[in-house]
Design a protein. Structure first.
Length: 224
């Protein structure tokens, strides 16, 4: 299946369905503790573009965090910035948000903090992270690497992995597993729709919640 089609299907789901699919398939990808930093009301999907931030070291050449990734971005990219969960310094702000919008970047996910959040909301640019602070990155942290494997909220992420983020949080899908994860999430979502219909029709919720007929890996194999 093409990457474009996978993203179209992913956009019809939510992070809860993807989390359940990852659980069913025994895969990592679920994060906790990182959420939207302004009230983003839509599901954000795209392809990860990984960036590692680190404390400034005056003995090495440095790049400003995310600047090169934005200049080189495609219109399916989401910036995924790892800063070890630090909330004492920003690694994304208004100028980067403005540039991201101009390049068509779909959002920024930060294992850390950002600033200028009102500007991101004004630009309708989704930003997810741990905190909003006024403290600048200048003189404090820099970009260590780009397009390398990073650890984001205890999940290993590579550039090219798929991303879904919404009001419930953030999920990463390994690129090589994307087709199976999305199809499993669709099966799970369809099952939950039937459960909801049963409740609306008057079924006892105790019976509905104890339903053991949730999709399994065998169902996915049968669905191929």
């Amino acid at each position: 299946m093409t990457a474009e089609r996978l993203l179209e299907q992913l956009a019809q789901l939510d992070t809860c369905a993807i989390s359940d699919a990852l659980d069913t398939l025994g895969l990592p990808g679920a994060t906790t503790g990182v959420g939207r930093l302004w009230p983003v009301s839509r599901v954000v999907v795209g392809r990860a573009r990984t960036i590692q931030a680190a404390p400034r070291d005056d003995n090495r050449a440095v790049d400003h965090i995310a600047a090169r990734a934005i200049d080189d971005a495609s219109e399916v990219d989401i910036l995924v910035i790892a800063n070890d969960g630090r909330t004492d310094v920003s690694c994304f702000g208004g100028i980067l948000a403005r540039a991201s919008v101009r390049r068509g970047v779909r959002g920024a996910l930060i294992d850390g903090a950002c600033r200028d959040i009102d500007e991101s909301e004004q630009f309708d640019f989704p930003v997810f992270g741990r905190a909003v602070v006024p403290v600048s990155a200048r003189g404090r942290i820099v970009q260590l690497s780009m397009d390398q494997t990073i650890t984001f909220a205890d999940v290993n992420v590579d550039s090219g992995d798929l991303v879904i983020a919404d009001s419930n949080g953030i999920m990463f899908i390994p690129a090589q597993e994307a087709d199976d994860v999305i199809r499993m999430a669709e099966l799970i979502s369809a099952r939950e729709d039937r459960m909801a219909a049963a409740v609306d029709a008057g079924a006892d919720v105790a019976d509905v919640m104890h339903d053991s007929r949730f999709p399994t890996r065998e169902d996915l194999d049968h669905d191929r």
